[in-house]
Design a protein around this ligand. Structure first.
Ligand SMILES: Cc1ncc(C[n+]2csc(CCOP(=O)(O)OP(=O)(O)O)c2C)c(N)n1
Ligand SMILES: CC(=O)[C@@H](O)[C@H](O)COP(=O)(O)O
Ligand SMILES: [Mg+2]
Length: 639
């Protein structure tokens, strides 16, 4: 398709001069731009296709150069980027150095918060409104949050609703109801929203529902057909809006989210309403691209594909080694087969955690809590207390939401809950909102938790089995990547024991987690340079294998700790602290990991290389450490 309008839209102001037909064409061009992007990289797709008209209506109704707009989660921000001056860079999205796949205030004044986690939009927009009312009341800035139906059940959303009603701020929450999270939505609220679907679209007749209800005694006077209309209106109110009205919001809707004219009309109306308002909008995830609307789960973040006129789409082939995620879910499946106490919890990430087979085969022991990570952990605490062996399978970055529940409902009670921290490490194109580089630090602060990381594919199943026998909480972290295998005679997983792959005379790599194979490869190559470097697969951070690690510190010239976690309070810090407490010389210890800064988006391999965590980087550090601390004749070493 040739883009005629999109390149002309340098800012949302330019939308105003477009006719309705031109706006329809612009919507088509935006959808085409979305299709082009996913032809060569994984990117958020179906959610973006679904909000095109909603995005246009918002920018046509409000002036977000001064008004406030937060897209909840932020993964549906692409149309907004395209019409806020970023069309020329759009083909760089999710590439290193290019546009982020989420809102980014450094890119545009139209992006207020860098977000990626669901549920905080109503709170932040309420805060913006409260701040604006105090500082610049004369500007009368409007405040809008676009909240997905998947994000709606997050506890923080209800904390914000509660507070907004109390503050009675002029706040517009647009509920973008597409009947989906990444997976089909779950829970009581999902059922509630399903019922709202029976209501007719909002058409202005029930402009004021309370007015309508006040008319109840007059029903008898109405013509028969009016009664039907009234019933519809009440049904809509009861089903779609009652909950929100009871919480102190004015409910308006539902509105067809692909009818631009209806959307604009509804927005113009609610724009001037005083107090908090919820505008309920029905959209279709994947709208405008049939394969995506027919299979929104697959097309949430699809693998790159080509469009094909006969079969619809042809996906590009994936890499061959099985991902850590697959190996973990296979192991969990086996464990559930063997042990009836094992149950698995996910917080709305069944697809990402590859738990579909478990959901199908063990529906009684599979729990999807929705985007409610805090609840999931406390719930797991309850199940463990009842005698079950719950496995909480949540991405490292999202589990941050549960910090207090990990402390109180699990660690403090010393309950046998196993945390599977998927996407632990650099998450690639999702970037700083999603990199799982803090969990080692936040898990290690709580007593009782065994903190573990598999070094490669072979460690996964025995490590998970270990947690089922262990009487206490345990966490296991692994990244979003294919799991490599280090060929060896596997040492069994023993509580607090590392695995020594080999000792070296010159120095030692001590790897915590999936960079173990890279350490092995670096040591192999360093041998060709004349350096004899040992490699330890640490496996445990708590308890730390001080016997082996202290031996490395005392008997080899230097130790390099390697991890894919922040260096602040991570594995290397743990080693340093233990060595210092034991009175050892710590000056020969070098920590490699994620520095104390937020890491941008890019391919995991690119980011690891930038941080000196690839094989070349590990070798370079070993050479530096050897120059500084090596005792052998440096002439024999090829740097
Ligand atoms: C705290 C948190 N948990 C999980 C996720 C992963 N996640 C991203 S989008 C999404 C579904 C959101 O559904 P919805 O809000 O309805 O948006 P839609 O994709 O339907 O547009 C989930 C679970 C997240 N981003 N943040
Ligand atoms: C928006 C969001 O948080 C998810 O869509 C996330 O991008 C999923 O990550 P994976 O693609 O690694 O499952
Ligand atoms: Mg949704």
């Amino acid at each position: 398709m040739e883009y005629q309008l999109l390149p002309m839209i340098g800012s949302p102001k330019e939308l105003e001069s477009l006719s309705e037909d031109q706006l329809t064409q612009l919507a088509a061009e935006i959808r085409e731009a979305l299709c082009e992007i996913v032809s060569d990289r994984p990117a958020h797709f179906a959610s973006n296709l679904g909000v095109v008209e909603l995005c246009l209506a918002l920018h046509l109704t409000f002036d977000f150069s001064k008004d406030r707009l937060i897209w909840d989660t932020g993964h549906q921000i692409y149309p907004h980027k395209l019409i806020t001056g970023r069309y020329p860079q759009f083909n760089t999205i999710r590439r290193k150095g290019g546009l982020m796949g989420y809102p980014n205030p450094e890119e545009s004044e139209y992006d207020l918060f860098m977000t990626g986690h669901a549920g905080a939009s109503v709170s932040t927009v309420l805060g913006l409104k409260a701040g604006d009312d105090l500082l610049t009341p004369e500007d009368n800035r409007k405040a809008v949050a676009v909240l997905g139906d998947g994000a709606l059940p997050s506890g923080v959303v209800f904390e914000a609703f509660n507070n907004a009603a109390e503050l009675n701020k002029d706040l517009l929450v647009i509920l973008n109801d597409n009947e989906m999270g990444i997976c089909p939505r779950v829970g009581g609220l999902a059922n509630y929203l399903d019922k709202a679907r029976v209501a007719p679209f909002y058409n202005g007749l029930k402009k004021d529902v309370s007015w309508l209800l006040n008319k109840v005694p007059m029903i008898g006077e109405s013509a028969a057909e009016k009664v039907g209309q009234f019933k519809d209106a009440v049904k809509s109110f009861l089903h779609g809006g009652m909950l929100f009205e009871e919480m102190g919001f004015r409910y308006v809707g539902p509105v067809d989210g692909h009818d631009l004219r209806a959307l604009r009309k509804a927005m113009e109306m609610v724009k001037e309403v005083k107090g908090p308002v919820l505008l309920h909008v029905f959209t279709e995830k994947g709208h405008g691209f049939k394969p995506a609307s027919e299979n929104p789960v697959k097309f949430h973040t699809p693998a790159p594909f080509c469009r094909d006129s006969e079969v619809g789409v042809v996906f590009q082939k994936k890499g061959s080694s099985p991902a850590y995620t697959d190996l973990v879910s296979d192991s969990l499946h086996t464990m559930m087969e063997k042990d009836k106490r094992v149950c698995v919890l996910t917080a709305a990430m069944c697809q990402g955690n590859k738990l579909d087979q478990i959901r199908e085969d063990y529906p009684d022991r599979f729990f999807d809590t929705g985007i409610c990570e805090g609840h999931a952990v406390a719930f797991a605490g309850g199940m463990a207390k009842a005698g079950m062996r719950p496995v909480v399978d949540i991405y490292s970055t999202f589990l941050q939401r549960s910090f207090d529940h990990i402390f109180q409902e699990v660690a403090l009670q010393n309950l046998p809950v196993t945390f599977c921290l998927d996407r632990a490490g650099l998450c690639g194109p999702d970037g700083p909102t999603h990199h799982g580089v803090f969990d080692v630090s936040y898990m290690r602060v709580f007593p009782n938790i065994s903190v573990m990381a598999p070094g490669d594919s072979l460690d996964i199943a025995p490590m998970l089995d270990f947690t089922m026998e262990h009487n206490g909480p345990a966490s296991i972290r692994y990244p979003k990547t294919g799991a490599e295998t280090v060929e060896r005679t596997l040492a069994p997983i023993e509580y607090g024991k590392s695995e020594v792959l080999r000792w070296g005379e010159d120095g030692t790599f001590v790897a915590f987690g999936a960079l173990f194979p890279a350490c092995v490869a670096a040591a192999d190559r360093l041998a060709k340079d004349g350096l004899d470097i040992g490699v330890v697969n640490a496996r445990f951070l708590r308890p730390l294998d001080t016997e082996v690690i202290f031996k490395a510190i005392q008997e080899t010239n230097f130790v390099i700790t390697v991890e894919e976690n922040t260096l602040c309070g991570g594995f290397g810090s743990t080693v340093l602290e233990a060595a210092n407490d034991a009175g050892l010389n710590t000056s020969t210890i070098k920590r490699l990991g994620i520095p104390d800064e937020f890491i941008e988006h890019g391919e995991r391999g690119e980011l690891l290389a930038d941080l000196g965590l690839d094989v070349a980087g590990l070798m370079a550090t070993a050479h530096q450490m050897n120059s500084k601390h090596g005792s052998r004749n440096s002439d024999s070493i090829v740097a």
